[in-house]
Design a protein around this ligand. Structure first.
Ligand SMILES: *Cc1c(COP(=O)(O)O)cnc(C)c1O
Length: 401
């Protein structure tokens, strides 16, 4: 549905609470109702009462979510899906056999898997490049490239892609720039304003924010693309239910305050990790030592809550750390209020094994939540201490893993 323009002049935090979410016109309910219905009464054949006919096509709770998403990304329209990958699939329907897609070489594993294992069956060509390097991106563009698919910050290495630079690169060509804005959220980064054509979200992450719902979204400005994607959304049917839409909206209301705290806590955790003997490299775009820090500071309002780091002593030490934390729960996913820890090589990124896009086996990824940062650091400290006893390091050196 299209942007609820009545809130366009308001600031982000205000739009997060109100855009698309005016009190219910029928009852005055302050909070958008969960319209848990599959179908709608018609006044006469084809004469709809409130514009709604069937909930795969449209549902009022989903409409509210779509208007809020459009507003938050400064787009003219937003579409919500049953998952981030359902949203990705809907964008992929814009492609035709023989078209080429250029993906970052550390893209979310599931996005890579969808293109590599499913869409290549339909004649889509795929290649990977380090898109944080614009020269490498330029060299990887082919005459039949139709989509450049950017994630920034990337997952799990938190590289930063220069969105405005990439938009400039594809502008003269018949290429769509899609930015997966999941790791930053619209509060910290506005890809459409930087020249992207489409923004994709796994709303499962920061937008939902409470690890209680799976969802996806696409936001853009081009009206023709909206008509096509809206048709795909209904035709393929991977829509979020009313309750899932409502949970996502509920999460969105607090996005700004959550992102501020996620960012502040992650900055503290990253700085602390950098001082630890057992830690090798810390990847966090907020650190001045980060190779893309300058671009991150330019295109982001904050650096978000994702931190990755490698440890000394091999896989066993990394595995032990992720199993020893308590404040940080060992789990996939990210972006919720609670802290999560994971081993990308064996978990989120296991599907890239053998593709050349592998991650180091000493890499640990954190989704830094909004618990008290002192408790987060104390938890990491005890886990690292438990994992780096002399015996363990000695053993792993002997086995050279
Ligand atoms: C989780 C995630 C996805 C996929 O979204 P789902 O909601 O799990 O389908 C896509 N991109 C990024 C960056 C993600 O973290």
């Amino acid at each position: 549905m299209t942007n609820d323009h009545s809130w366009n002049d308001a600031n982000f935090e205000t739009r997060a609470i109100h855009a698309g979410q005016d009190p219910d016109s029928a009852t005055g309910a302050v909070i958008t109702p969960i319209y848990q219905t599959s179908t709608y009464a018609q006044e006469a054949i084809g004469k709809l009462k409130g514009g709604y006919e069937y909930s795969r096509s449209d549902n009022p709770t989903r409409t509210a979510l779509q208007e809020a998403l459009a507003s938050l990304e400064s787009g003219t329209w937003g579409l919500a899906y049953a998952s981030g990958l359902a949203a990705t699939q809907n964008i992929a329907y814009l492609l035709r056999p023989g078209d080429h897609v250029l993906l970052s070489n550390d893209t979310y594993g599931g996005t890579f898997r969808l293109f590599d294992k499913v869409l290549t069956n339909f004649g889509i060509e795929l290649s990977l490049a380090d898109l944080s390097n614009l020269d490498a991106a330029k060299a990887a563009i082919r005459p039949n490239t139709k989509i450049v698919w950017v994630e920034t910050p990337t997952n799990p290495y938190l590289r930063i892609v220069d969105i405005a630079g990439m938009a400039e690169l594809v502008k003269a060509r018949d290429i769509r720039l899609v930015v997966d804005n999941t790791f930053a959220s619209p509060y910290l980064q506005q890809p459409l304003s930087l020249g992207a054509d489409l923004v994709l979200h796994s709303t499962t992450k920061y937008l939902g924010g409470h690890s209680d719902v799976v969802g996806g979204a696409v936001i853009g400005n081009d009206g023709d693309v909206y008509e096509t994607l809206k048709f795909h959304q209904n035709a393929a049917g991977a829509v979020p239910g009313p309750f899932d839409s409502w949970l996502t909206l509920r999460g969105i209301k607090t996005l700004g305050v959550r992102m501020d705290r996620h960012s502040a806590n992650a900055a503290r955790v990253a700085a602390w990790l950098g001082e630890q003997e057992a830690v090798d490299t810390v990847y966090y775009p907020g650190l001045e030592s980060h190779p893309n820090h300058e671009i991150a500071a330019r295109q982001m309002k904050g650096f978000s809550g994702m931190v990755s780091f490698t440890v000394k002593g091999g896989f066993k030490v990394a595995a032990k750390i992720v199993e020893k934390t308590k404040v940080f729960t060992l789990a996939e996913s990210l972006g919720g209020v609670e802290s999560l820890i994971e081993h990308p090589g064996k978990m989120t990124h296991a599907s890239v094994a053998g593709t050349g896009a592998e991650v180091e086996d000493t890499l640990i990824r954190l989704s830094v939540g909004i618990e008290h940062v002192d408790d987060q650091i104390a938890d990491l400290e005890q886990a690292i201490a438990a994992a780096t006893t002399r015996e363990l390091i000695g053993a792993s050196t002997h086995h050279a893993d």
